[in-house]
Design a protein around this ligand. Structure first.
Ligand code: SAJ
Length: 433
């Protein structure tokens, strides 16, 4: 619209979601102030640089910082639209209880600068009811403002929940093109938030209520977790029966209504391995399938450790390479990574026999200190290690030709080398997954 005033936006939390979101909003010509508690993150962004690895993000951030559209600060500043994208981890109680304290801390900061007409949007994956709890917190801090759902009159501010759905490695593309659910505390709040997302989202934006939007996000990730659990359970059944799980899945998926996902060393990342617990926590008696899916995926990590240990013990003295630490292919994110879990267990047990290949790591994570395990490059591993344990399906691993690995004993937890000769039966192991 000609002459239209762009809203000033404040994005709280400049992590894997917040920073790309801030940059995309800025690209739509809205001035953005990004907020992070880390001075290092703030300084990095203000130099036009980035602190995370994500396809094309460096160029985008550089461009919007140079154009003066994105600035970072540790202090929340007044704005027209506030987007909260902070972590929602577990409490440290060992019961997978969601910890919404970062959301509430961000909301408290926002409350301090809030004015009539502002819109607050929560993007953090959150238990059902969090957006309303956030509204109640702000209502307590700002009794001068009429809150949505708390007044018969037109409220002074709008509050909505709008989860992200982006896949690491494709964040910028998916932020722009994925459909979005926009859940308002009231329909008016949803309409206000919709108008904002329309500025930079090309996918369809569907409005709903805040609780449904919160649950939708959790359901999406629980759905994927349960489906991966099915594949992982199949892989453990196949190991028991001496079957090649990849072959079975490939054949079954030829059925027009069957689409089994891929087994791996377990499920990692900070979303799929976490979010299902938010549902279980909210309805423990009603969620046995979702709970079991989580347990199966966690059990797969221990299954892989046991299989790898048996293989290594069956070949005394043979050097071992673990390929990959990331939680999935082609990213530098090692959080909640099953590959990292397996590799560190093997490093603690077998010490200097273990070499780790991880092209996205500059050094080994802290739990590898004092184990004797070393970080090596792929060539070194292929030339020196008689046992290769594939834990991540990075493209660089997939590209290793058969000639460079045919002499090795391979435990391929990702099924990236279908042409690899089977492990000799003398090892007593059946490693189909
Ligand atoms: N995995 C398998 N087998 C598969 C697919 C995945 O073992 O067939 C493993 C991966 O190796 C990884 C884990 O699952 O360890 C999760 O990877 P992912 O690619 O399935 O998902 P994330 O965690 O990168 O992103 C998910 C996505 N959610 C869904 O696909 C429903 C993404 O769209 C969400 O935005 C993201 O969670 C999030 O932020 O919640």
């Amino acid at each position: 619209m000609r002459g239209e005033t762009k809203p000033q936006v404040c994005v709280v939390g400049l992590g894997y979601i917040g920073l790309p979101t801030a940059a995309i909003i800025a690209r739509a010509d809205c001035p953005v102030m990004g907020i992070d508690i880390s001075q290092h993150v703030v300084d990095t962004i203000n130099r036009g640089e980035i602190h995370i690895e994500e396809v094309d993000l460096d160029g985008l951030v550089r461009g919007v910082v140079q154009r003066g559209l994105l600035r970072a600060s540790t202090q929340v500043a007044p704005a027209d639209v506030f987007v909260i994208a902070v972590p929602t981890p577990f409490e440290k109680d060992g019961h997978h209880t969601p910890d919404t304290s970062y959301v509430m801390a961000a909301a408290t900061e926002v409350a301090g600068v809030l004015k009539k007409g502002d819109c607050i949007i929560l993007e953090s994956t959150s238990p059902v009811g969090t957006t309303e709890a956030m509204r109640d917190l702000i209502a307590g801090l700002r009794p001068d403002l009429k809150m949505p759902g708390k007044t018969e009159e037109t409220p002074d501010v709008s509050i909505a929940y709008c989860p992200e759905r982006v896949l690491p490695g494709k964040i910028l593309e998916e932020l722009t093109h994925n459909d979005r659910s926009i859940g308002g505390i009231t329909p008016r709040c949803a309409r206000k938030a919709l108008a904002f997302y329309k500025r930079f989202v090309r996918g369809t934006c569907v409005t709903t209520d805040a609780r449904s939007a919160e649950m939708t996000k959790l359901v999406e990730n629980a759905y994927r977790d349960v489906n991966i659990a099915f594949a992982n359970e199949l892989s453990m059944i196949a190991d028991h029966m001496g079957l090649d799980v990849w072959e079975v899945i490939k054949l079954a998926n030829r059925h027009p209504r069957v689409n089994i996902l891929q087994p791996g060393p377990g499920v990692g990342g900070h979303c799929i391995a976490v979010d299902p617990w938010f549902i279980i926590n909210g309805a423990p008696e009603q969620s046995p399938l979702i709970r079991t899916g989580r347990q199966v995926n966690d059990a797969k990590m221990h299954h892989v450790v046991a299989q790898a240990e048996a293989l290594i013990e069956a070949h005394p003295g043979v050097p071992v390479a673990c390929l990959g630490l990331a939680f999935k292919a082609n990213i530098d994110d090692f959080r909640e990574s099953p590959a990292r879990f397996v590799a560190s267990r093997l490093a603690h047990r077998f010490g200097e026999r273990i070499a780790i290949v991880e092209p996205f790591a500059g050094q080994l994570p802290v739990e590898f200190s004092d184990t004797g395990a070393t970080l090596v490059d792929l060539d070194h591993a292929l030339e020196n290690c008689g046992i290769l344990i594939v834990l991540v399906d990075h493209d660089i691993f997939k590209a290793v030709p058969i000639e460079e690995r045919s002499g090795a004993i391979v435990y391929d937890t990702r099924g990236i080398w279908p042409d690899q000769p089977a492990i000799p039966q003398t090892s007593g192991l059946r490693l189909a997954s």
